[in-house]
Design a protein around this ligand. Structure first.
Ligand code: ADP
Ligand code: MG
Length: 256
């Protein structure tokens, strides 16, 4: 469903250029939850921006459902680490924003927003502003704002990293429910090995720049109940940790 083929991404600044990706290819199937993990600065956010249509590759091709991606598409939801909520709009206003483009009438909009507020358990925050919300509530609003557009693909860039441990766990559970209910394909960048194993049906470990796929771990038990406490979960986190630490050692040798 999502594919990028032979993509180069080069940032050019004045006289210097940085090659973040060189002939990079990736395929993500419909319904998959792909977890991306890799050394800091290796290009994870850049990859999401490219898939979102915000940063076209310098060379190569990105396709979603067989169509070239050359600009952001309405069916792709992009959730950033810092939530990207507008502080001058209420929760309702933030969620309504995307609907303007869809041309629904006021009553349809109202129903859609209320259903999502209910599903995400933030009905009581409807008239509040972002600075009156907890981190977890802001993250739920950011999710609602994306879901209201009926996406088929969600890109998430370290979405839970600034949440406390308990809130993060409840957001992870919520994401699993939402993925199921809305039949979403998800690409999740995370720096947490546990999170990658808990949520990703496939886990990709990236190398430092130019980023390549250092290893790929199939993780079909992701999202199943009781997985976090199981022996298999522990083994999978060990596999990811080993691959990741090889990358960090390689990077430190380059840095020396
Ligand atoms: P990650 O998300 O894995 O931490 P990024 O995708 O943000 O990494 O960045 C990858 C590399 O590209 C980094 O070395 C970063 O400094 C560089 N980079 C990111 N954005 C730009 C930009 N707009 N101009 C120049 N270099 C950039
Ligand atoms: Mg990043």
């Amino acid at each position: 469903m999502v594919s990028c083929r032979n993509c180069d991404i080069v940032y050019t600044q004045r006289n210097s250029s940085v090659t973040v990706y060189e002939k990079f290819s990736l395929e993500v199937d419909t319904g998959e939850c792909l977890a991306l993990i890799g050394p800091s600065g290796c290009g994870k956010s850049t990859l999401l921006s490219m898939l979102a249509g915000l940063r076209p590759p310098t060379r190569g091709m990105v396709q979603i459902n067989g169509r070239n991606v050359t600009a952001p598409r309405l069916e792709t939801g992009f959730i950033l680490q810092e939530y990207g909520l507008f502080p001058w709009l209420t929760v309702e206003g933030n969620i309504r924003l995307g609907l303007k483009i869809r041309g629904l009438d006021r009553r349809q909009e109202e129903c859609r927003i209320d259903d999502l507020l209910e599903e995400l358990d933030i009905r009581a925050t409807k008239k509040r502003y972002p600075n009156q919300l907890s981190g977890g509530q802001r993250q739920r609003v950011a999710l609602a704002r994306v879901l209201v557009l009926n996406p088929d693909l969600i890109l998430m860039d370290e979405p839970f990293s600034s949440l406390d441990a308990l809130t993060r766990e409840s957001m992870q559970r919520l994401l699993l429910d939402i993925q199921k209910n809305h039949r979403l394909t998800t690409i999740l960048v995370t720096h947490s090995i546990d999170e990658a194993v808990l949520l990703g049906t496939r886990i990709l470990v990236l190398t430092s720049m130019p980023a390549r796929i250092a290893g790929e771990i199939s993780n079909p038990l992701a999202g199943t109940s009781g997985y976090r406490a199981s022996e298999e979960f522990f083994l999978q986190t060990k596999r990811v940790r080993t691959l990741l630490s090889q990358q960090l050692v390689a990077q430190s040798m380059i840095d020396c």
